[in-house]
Design a protein around this ligand. Sequence first.
Ligand SMILES: Cc1cc2nc3c(=O)[nH]c(=O)nc-3n(C[C@H](O)[C@H](O)[C@H](O)COP(=O)(O)OP(=O)(O)OC[C@H]3O[C@@H](n4cnc5c(N)ncnc54)[C@H](O)[C@@H]3O)c2cc1C
Length: 504
Amino acid sequence: MSIPRTPKIAIIGTGFGGLGMAYYLKQAGIESFTIFEKADDVGGVWRENTYPGAACDIPSHLYSFSFEPHYPWARRYGRQSEILDYLRHVAHKYDLRSHVRFKQEVIGADFDARRSLWILSLRDGGSFEADLLISAVGQLHQPQIPVIAGIERFVGRAFHSARWQHDFDFHGKTAAVVGTGPSAVQLVPELAKQVKKLYVFQRSPGWCIPKYDRPYTRFERFLLTRIPQLHSLDRGKMFWLIEYLASALQPKSRINSLAKAIFKYGSRLLMRLQVKDAALRQKLTPDYPLGCKRTLLSNEWLATLAAPNVEVVTAPIASATPSGLATTDGKAYAVDALVYGTGFEATQFLAPMRITGLDQRTLDERWQKGAEAYLGMCVSGFPNLFIVYGPNTNLGAGSIIFMLECQQKYIVQAVKLMRDKGLASIDVLSQAERAFTDDIQARSRGSVYEAGCHSWYLTADGRNSNNWIGYMTDYKRAVRTLETAHFLLTPRVDIETRPNLLAA
Ligand SMILES: Cc1cc2nc3c(=O)[nH]c(=O)nc-3n(C[C@H](O)[C@H](O)[C@H](O)COP(=O)(O)OP(=O)(O)OC[C@H]3O[C@@H](n4cnc5c(N)ncnc54)[C@H](O)[C@@H]3O)c2cc1C
């Protein structure tokens, strides 16, 4: 008989993924966990992305934890500093900081099959042993910097939107922003207010729809404080509204034709109202279906691109020069600063950490053709490893926090199972993993995400490794109950009495 024992757990990351995980473990009475965070504060992407205009695209009443819905948000869509404060508030209220080891970067983890535990290697040379490893390093963590020939010759400032250099004063300067994704859409209108001239280098335009954002009135805030249930009511309303609008990303049906029309006419109307020049309108009109790339939400983006001090450059960048950028059509653009609004290495998931599972196989080797995982969380041959916000758990439309909480509750089930059954290891069966990943890949092929555009959801081979196919509620259903039949469960007693392993 195995003796019940609570596993010792290591979590990596203190964004919504890691903090929510810690909360749910504590809720289950499990305190035997340590969180590793390479920075000196909690917050994840909301600590890192401090560029002007950084904000959320999902209303805060939904983009917040379900266990902490009552928060005095200043406006409908949280801005970066407000969301960061919210995460600090959650960490403080639920006493999560005492579990965190700040400034401790995990550089790798090796599964020791003999003892059935993970050995984490830390940047400072230290190590840490844990029965269970939970990665919560997010999908949008490693900035993607484009390779531009001759960039080392550029004498001005060059930095990524997620590494904003606040000491650089853009006032009266000439600047370039490379990229027209969600971060660029937020920062370009702010920069345009400051600079003399702004060049926006666009590879392909995005579908842009209005953002219904505004500060809450004093009366609304008074009501929300006095009647906290109003938060939950609004949360429920936003959830079902967004869930319905997400149907626009599904194949055409009678149910979603209204959602599709809202997006289509909303974006066309915005374009008509804000961009008067027909040639510019053409430049800014996507040639791929809505949803293929992340839909942009902004009331200012298109109007800014049409402003007199802004120029949209569509010719590909050929190289950098000491004074700026040169394009393949022979033109040169002299700038004082270059901002990469080029997004993140989203398909790299746990990289650059080196994760080694059974038989000395690394996750990198397993994921050579693109990352995949059972329910986005488990990889066969990597026992006792769970990934929060792993492959195919991002959304084209919806709140990632909802997805993370579904995963956090699922992982708690696994921890309880290990504890109550005295398990040494839990490893998803390769058949179960294959059945799940085959299904999601088959559905991806017919989805809007693989409809021919270039996006951060796709691997270099054009395979969807990031997005969930379906609704948020579908995912909730899929991960509600841990199917023990899909796992190889090894009791601790088996490991302890395996002479060949012990001798190894
Ligand atoms: C600018 C921006 C806007 C976004 N807007 C939205 C939105 O509108 N709606 C939405 O649903 N989602 C949005 N997202 C997606 C966002 O990534 C998720 O919503 C969510 O915040 C992810 O949380 P996370 O904890 O999984 O990852 P992260 O927030 O990335 O946190 C990961 C943490 O892990 C730490 N870490 C990483 N590697 C290591 C290591 N090796 N050792 C130790 N610590 C490590 C990092 O320092 C970080 O603190 C946005 C993302 C960005 C970048």
